[in-house]
Design a protein around this ligand. Structure first.
Ligand SMILES: Nc1ncnc2c1ncn2[C@@H]1O[C@H](COP(=O)(O)OP(=O)(O)OP(=O)(O)O)[C@@H](O)[C@H]1O
Ligand SMILES: [Mg+2]
Length: 257
């Protein structure tokens, strides 16, 4: 269980106020989305949780314990907003890199990664360079690299950010099914950043809405749609009402002074 209490973060010696008083919680087995306008501090928040940075104020608790940045680095599986694939490494070497960094011998790391290529729709592209992949494939490769670390808590920053609407919808379904399968064996949690109300309602159990910078949580919406999320559920009237409500609130906060 992850809990943030009154987390604040500034940059540029206090001149850029990125986050203010952010409190939120993600329980075991929960999929939570964070929605907010561009620049409101969503990526900053994930960087703080992942342990790449430290808050100026407030606490980040995991199972009730305040963990320092190094402990958080070992705890979360983080898929950052940019795919960060190395252009000179093959897809396979990119994907297995995380396991190698964790100390697994290269051959074993490659073997474990290879076993997942089919499932992630990347079979046949093991030896290609990232630039030879489509945007969706690169995002799946980045996701595979994150998943292979086998961390129980995933932080996903706009995993479908740069994609067209159709590919995006396909990958949302795919992600949803993939996580359901992974979590059927061992329960996991995820915090997903998106600026898209439809994506949040399709994937999440709960949505936190953030204000423009400095990012604060302005409201919380429970997504009481059944799981697994069938197309019927995510296109139902109730789902549309939730999406509309979220959209309305997003527009309101974006316009607030
Ligand atoms: N390392 C940094 N140094 C200085 N300023 C930063 C740094 N990281 C983020 N910021 C600033 O903090 C604010 C929030 O940025 P952040 O990237 O968290 O926004 P975001 O909500 O993820 O936006 P987007 O939806 O566009 O990805 C911005 O004003 C940004 O310029
Ligand atoms: Mg961002």
């Amino acid at each position: 269980m992850l809990a943030l209490r009154d987390v604040a973060k500034t940059y540029d010696s206090g001149n850029t106020h990125a986050l203010d008083d952010v409190s939120l919680a993600v329980g075991d087995g929960e999929f939570v989305a964070l929605v907010g306008p561009s620049g409101c501090g969503k990526s900053t928040l994930l960087n703080l949780i992942a342990g790449l940075d430290t808050p100026d104020d407030g606490e980040i608790l995991v199972d009730g314990q305040a963990l320092d940045a190094e402990q958080r680095l070992a705890r979360f599986g983080y898929m950052p907003q940019e795919d960060l694939l190395f252009p000179w490494r093959s897809v396979l070497d990119n994907v297995s890199l995380g396991l190698e960094v964790q100390g697994l011998p290269r051959a074993a790391a490659r073997e474990r990664a290879l076993a997942q290529f089919e499932t992630f729709g990347l079979a046949g592209f093991e030896d290609r360079r990232p630039r030879e992949l489509s945007g969706g494939m690169r995002q799946r490769a980045a996701f595979l690299r994150t998943v292979l670390l086998d961390r129980p808590f995933l932080l996903l920053d706009e995993p479908f950010g740069a994609l067209d609407a159709i590919t995006r919808a396909q990958l949302q379904t795919w992600l949803s099914e993939m996580l359901a399968e992974m979590w059927a064996q061992s329960r996991g949690s995820a915090l997903l950043v998106t600026h898209d109300p439809q994506e949040a309602v399709t994937l999440a159990d709960r949505v936190y809405l953030m204000s423009p910078r400095p990012g604060r949580i302005t409201s919380v919406i429970d997504v009481d749609l059944p799981r697994p999320r069938s197309e019927a559920a995510t296109t139902s009237e109730h789902a549309h009402r939730l999406i509309d409500e979220l959209r309305r609130q997003t527009e309101q906060t974006a316009l607030a002074p």
